[in-house]
Design a protein around this ligand. Sequence first.
Ligand code: SF4
Ligand code: F3S
Length: 104
Amino acid sequence: TYVVTDPCIKCKYMDCVEVCPVDCFYEGENMLVIHPDECIDCGVCEPECPPEAIIPDTEGDVDVWVERNREYSEIWPNITRKGESPADADKWRDVKNKWDEHFS
Ligand code: SF4
Ligand code: F3S
């Protein structure tokens, strides 16, 4: 499965939502997550994300994001259409460790 990671926070460009064939994205206030049991591992969303927030869960160092995608996809509402990104999305695009430094 694929997971959404830190670069999505405060950016939420939602290009990923447009291409997912199974609509397995879920929307929080500051980011999206992927439901791990619904993702069919097709990989088409990965190159669509401008800040490269979407990565395979087999990549090293993503365990915490695997957990967060599973946890929040059970709580947050499903999103099937691209909405409006935050007005200051580009400002946050290159900020690192947004979860740890700004939202925990
Ligand atoms: Fe959707 Fe495919 Fe991305 Fe999984 S890998 S979230 S199925 S587009
Ligand atoms: Fe987030 Fe990238 Fe999708 S910024 S909303 S994972 S296109």
